[in-house]
Design a binder for this molecule. Sequence first.
Ligand SMILES: NC(=O)c1ccc[n+]([C@@H]2O[C@H](COP(=O)([O-])OP(=O)(O)OC[C@H]3O[C@@H](n4cnc5c(N)ncnc54)[C@H](OP(=O)(O)O)[C@@H]3O)[C@@H](O)[C@H]2O)c1
Length: 322
Amino acid sequence: MKRTTAITPRLSRRTFIQATGATLATTSVLNASSTHAGAHAKVPAAAGGIIKVGDFTVRRMGYGAMWLTGEGIWGPTEDPAGAKAVLRRAVELGVNFIDTSDAYGPNTNEEIIAAALYPYPDDLVVATKGGFTRPGPGQWTPDGRPEHLRAACEASLKRLRLETHHVYQLHVPDRKVPLEDTLGELARLKEEGKIQHIGVSNFTLEQLRLAQGLIDVVSVQNRYNVAIRESDPVLAACEQDGIAFIPWGPLGTRTKESDALTKLQEIAGQRGISKYQAALAWLMTRSDAMLPIPGTTSVDHLEENVAAAAMRLNETEMAALG
Ligand SMILES: NC(=O)c1ccc[n+]([C@@H]2O[C@H](COP(=O)([O-])OP(=O)(O)OC[C@H]3O[C@@H](n4cnc5c(N)ncnc54)[C@H](OP(=O)(O)O)[C@@H]3O)[C@@H](O)[C@H]2O)c1
């Protein structure tokens, strides 16, 4: 089996970013027309602009791979050919940030990503997660013990055929384990070169601030959409600190009916776009720190979602959505 040369492409890309003179220290997001993203402006995902995730620069419409699994996010997908087609089409559309986790399947989600996309394009960032175990379908148990994280991180490297994780996210804090211990192990794995950047997920603002006192955090992945905004303070912190905010559940498909969703549907109707596109347009307009990762098992839905990278709501629409 060919081993990945993950370190080499990362270096070559960094060199490329330096050569293009892309200076992103003070602003985390640029328009599609600026710097090297302009060279790829023909891919639909480029319309969203770009965002820094650590020292990676990715287009601001990602893809979440979780649904490419069996029922209850358990076991392999029943349609591996369809799953590979979705992943490959995402890359063709210019998506270069793909979210996964060892917990999806478990394991099978990372395996199908490698099966579909390895050897990875030079600019693709695969962001996996660790910190959950899966006793069965629909069951999720946090495990933040250092020994679990270490084993999980190393096993994910093998499945993804990487030498180093581009972005490794702590999937969830484990109340039974001091966060300092969990994050300390991730810091050690980074020092050892097994992780390039650390992200966190399902974090409160307090947990984020604690983490930032210990390690460099490049992203926060929390549930967030037009109807679920408990993470507004975390989003504000991400904006302030120039780190990416990755909303999960961005489309609001598993969110109970609300005034915001009804209003969003009306706006979608007026604009002649789908409610899913309107949900993504709201996120893209809401913050430049936003890196949505809508998930789908369908190429048609993928294309619809990525097309929303170009869509923004106007001031009146944003005000109506509160
Ligand atoms: N950190 C965490 O704890 C956490 C938790 C959950 C998810 N995530 C990540 O976040 C990603 C996105 O979150 P999510 O999957 O919960 O929510 P989502 O992306 O808002 O919704 C995905 C669902 O919407 C459907 N869908 C997508 N596009 C559609 C379209 N254009 N038209 C109609 N239906 C559409 C999909 O079904 P079809 O397959 O039929 O399109 C799928 O059932 C996941 O894939 C995963 O990577 C992270």
